[in-house]
Design a binder for this molecule. Structure first.
Ligand code: PGA
Length: 249
């Protein structure tokens, strides 16, 4: 079956309020009437304001993280209920910057995935190998482990609200992109791993995005690959022109 193309922007710790609002407004205009699924992952403090801008548009409001626990005495955390309260429908989890800079474990990521799904959010689960792991020939093993661990306890029904983002860590923000053929090979591997964990149908249905220096110049070739269903875009999502150009690819 045909999977819809899903392009998500990950703004990371960028923008200020004025820039965030201007970017969101420009994207609403640029993407108006276009098919496909679009999401922007906005810094927590701007979610409410940006949510008001994208409300009623074809752009989903996404957060870049969420607490694994419910509301309560958890200083500094933001709950699923808070996110939903301001219109968030999607959350990016397991991003390599949280895994490797903050030290989030697969166990914690899995708790967040299960919490988000149980509370009705949609999840973009990021996986991907480090350069040393790729050079050691361990890319597939790492992705398989992160998929199995991240999705532990997630039912096949819940999996319908999960998107996988394969992001080789060595390609994030570096300008280096996996070749379309290399990216396709590991996307196929990940899809087959989902088939092992769930079913062939679940594997055929799940959207697997590519992330890591995706830009207008390389998006078309990457998105043309059979198992690459979209993109998770960092740097190039901070300009309406480049994000819209990727969406148009
Ligand atoms: P990049 O980031 O497009 O800037 O490489 C992608 C990501 O980290 O999601």
């Amino acid at each position: 079956m045909a999977r819809t193309t899903y392009i998500a922007g990950n703004w990371k710790m960028n923008t200020n309020k004025a820039d965030a609002l201007a970017l969101a407004k420009a994207l609403v205009e640029r993407l108006k009437g276009k098919g496909g699924t679009y999401m922007i992952g906005v810094p927590f403090v701007y979610l409410d304001a940006v949510g008001a801008v994208v409300k009623g548009s074809n752009i989903l409001l996404g957060a870049q993280d969420v607490a694994a626990t419910a509301n309560g005495a958890h200083t500094g955390e933001v709950s699923t209920a808070m996110l939903k309260d301001v219109g968030v429908t999607s959350v990016i989890l397991g991003h390599s910057e949280r895994r490797h800079e903050i030290g989030e474990s697969d166990e914690l990521i899995n708790k967040k995935v299960r919490r988000a799904l149980a509370d009705g959010l949609e999840v973009v689960l990021c996986i991907g190998e480090l350069l040393a792991e790729r050079e050691a020939g361990e890319a597939e093993q790492v992705c398989a482990f992160q998929l199995s661990a991240g999705l532990a306890g997630v039912t096949e029904a819940q999996l319908k609200r999960v998107t996988i983002a394969y992001e080789p860590v060595w390609a994030i923000g570096t300008g280096k992109t996996a070749t379309p053929a290399d990216a396709q090979a590991i996307h196929r591997f990940c899809r087959d791993h989902i088939a092992k964990l769930y079913s062939r149908q679940a594997a055929d249905d799940i959207i697997i995005q590519y992330g890591g220096s995706m830009k207008p110049e390389n998006a078309k070739e990457l998105l043309a690959q059979e198992d690459i269903d979209g993109g998770l875009i960092g740097g190039a999502s901070l300009k309406a022109d480049s994000f819209a150009a990727i969406c148009e690819a």
